[in-house]
Design a protein around this ligand. Structure first.
Ligand code: URA
Length: 317
């Protein structure tokens, strides 16, 4: 992997590679002989992380703690690697749970990241260091989440090809040491195609599309909603914005995609974004589906993720 560091307002370019060895970190200040406290996870590098996590191949991330638990419980039942086990499996959290709830089911970690990029950022940094210290190899990160569709109906699953920032560029923007830094926020096209094919074959009743995702820092004004406590634009402005997004190939809006895509790309970690739409924002702003429908929407996105993980574990051993 090659990369060049950016200066103020510039774009850092990083080529994509598939991880074939240990999970990498890019920080010369982290010395192997000093304990690194992964504070929000309640773990540290002096623990025997190798015996706990060296076999991890997938990290599944979703917003809420209940989704992380649901994914872990489904993995216990549905992962091919457990077929034929004489007894069932149960899950328990690892580390502390004030902020994030982490489970490990065979070679798969399920953990929630909270809402939005600041919360996701902490989890990405600490989970990546955890897997680096553990010596885990060929790890893939998958976010399975919810979103507001643009021109796609509630229940449609979108496989993200690229994530846009607030300026509608396919970049993730972060202010570092008082300077604006930006990195490409695209997802490996081969990964998107692999998941699309698995979904088509194994979850034929779920509508799956590919397209771009807008990652915002705000559910209301940042996503052009008219139903926040403050709204300083008109309905006309809102629809002009949504139509502009649609014309750019954006099919949904959520609050994590650009960071997730850029962070994993910078470290050469295989990654996928599987987001189900809760509603079509061209028809309204409020999420009005029943809780049973919303639960089915999320279950469908999780089914695709587990089918994909099973296909990779079966093919690669
Ligand atoms: N999550 C979002 O960020 N926006 C939506 O409209 C729905 C889910």
């Amino acid at each position: 992997m090659s990369s060049s560091s950016s200066s103020s307002s510039s774009t850092t370019t990083t080529t994509t590679t598939t991880t074939t060895t240990n999970v990498k970190i890019q920080n010369e200040y982290l010395k192997n002989d000093e304990t690194d406290y992964l504070y929000h996870l309640g773990l540290d590098s002096s623990m025997d992380l190798k015996s706990m996590f060296s076999d991890v191949r997938f990290v599944c991330m979703g917003g809420s703690a209940s989704r992380a638990l649901k994914i872990a419980q489904r993995l216990c039942k549905e992962l091919n690697v457990f077929e034929g086990l004489p007894a069932g499996l149960d899950v328990a959290t690892i580390g502390k749970t004030e902020r994030y709830s982490m489970y490990k089911v065979g070679p798969v970690v399920s953990v929630n990241h909270g809402m939005g990029m600041p919360s996701l950022s902490i989890l990405l940094h600490e989970t990546t260091k955890l897997l680096h210290y553990a010596g885990a190899k060929d790890v893939m990160f998958i976010r399975v989440g919810t979103s507001g569709g643009i021109g796609i109906e509630g229940g449609t699953v979108l496989l993200t090809t690229a994530a846009l920032n607030g300026e509608l560029d396919e970049l993730f923007t972060l202010y570092v040491l008082g300077e604006k830094r930006q990195w490409p926020a695209t997802i490996d096209a081969d990964v998107v195609e692999e998941i699309r094919q698995v979904a088509r074959a194994q979850c034929p009743s779920v509508k799956v599309v590919t397209g771009k995702t807008l990652g915002t820092d705000c559910f209301y004004e940042g996503q052009g909603r008219l139903d926040g406590a403050i709204c300083e634009y008109t309905e006309h402005d809102k629809f002009a914005f949504l139509k502009r997004l649609h014309a750019l190939g954006v099919c949904n809006i959520e609050m994590e995609a650009s960071l997730f895509a850029a962070f994993t790309r910078r470290l050469g970690i295989r990654a996928a974004l599987i987001n189900v739409a809760l509603l079509n924002r061209l028809h309204g702003d409020q999420v009005t589906s029943t809780s049973a429908q919303l639960s089915q929407f999320t279950d469908d996105a999780i089914s695709i993720m587990i089918a994909y993980i099973n296909s990779k574990l079966t093919n690669q051993g």
